[in-house]
Design a protein around this ligand. Structure first.
Ligand SMILES: [Zn+2]
Length: 153
């Protein structure tokens, strides 16, 4: 018996890149979230701001723990907040650190969590001064495994 076809959500990239005001707002929200980072062990504060397809922004910071593996990253904090409030279609996420000279990329775990919710949305990697580099989720995690792969079985 044939499997039912997988129906994918509309590709967020069909909406095109964010306009400059949206980018500025998202980066500002990620900078604000960074101020709440709880990172007494790494002293590496990270802030993230996630834009849903319908224009809502969820922010997040890294939250470390004395039991190190229990800590979580800013990106996953923001995504999990959005999911827990019923949002699962994303257009972009901005990630900000205090690093001045380079763009800091999300860790592998965060890339996989981003990819769970689509390959074609934007990740703004932001320096401390607000300058940014933009990537798409599939560029950060090429050849990835996702929910639709489970349907191939
Ligand atoms: Zn991470």
């Amino acid at each position: 018996m044939a499997q039912a076809p997988v129906v994918l959500a509309p590709c967020p990239s069909a909406l095109g890149p964010l306009d400059p005001a949206q980018i500025e707002q998202l980066i500002r929200k990620s900078q604000e979230a960074k101020e709440f980072a709880y990172c007494p062990y790494s002293n590496f504060p990270v802030g993230a701001a996630l834009l849903t397809l319908d224009g809502k922004i969820f922010s997040g910071c890294n939250v470390e723990n004395a039991s190190y593996p229990v800590g979580t990253c800013a990106e996953r904090t923001a995504i999990h907040k959005a999911i827990s409030e019923g949002y699962k279609e994303f257009r972009a996420i901005a990630v900000t650190t205090n690093v001045k000279d380079d763009f800091v990329a999300p860790c592998g775990a965060c890339r996989q969590v981003m990819r769970e919710f689509g390959k074609h949305w934007y990740v703004y990697l932001t320096k401390a001064d607000g300058t940014y580099q933009v990537k798409m989720v599939h560029e950060l995690l090429p050849g990835s495994f996702g929910p639709e792969d489970l349907q191939k079985n």
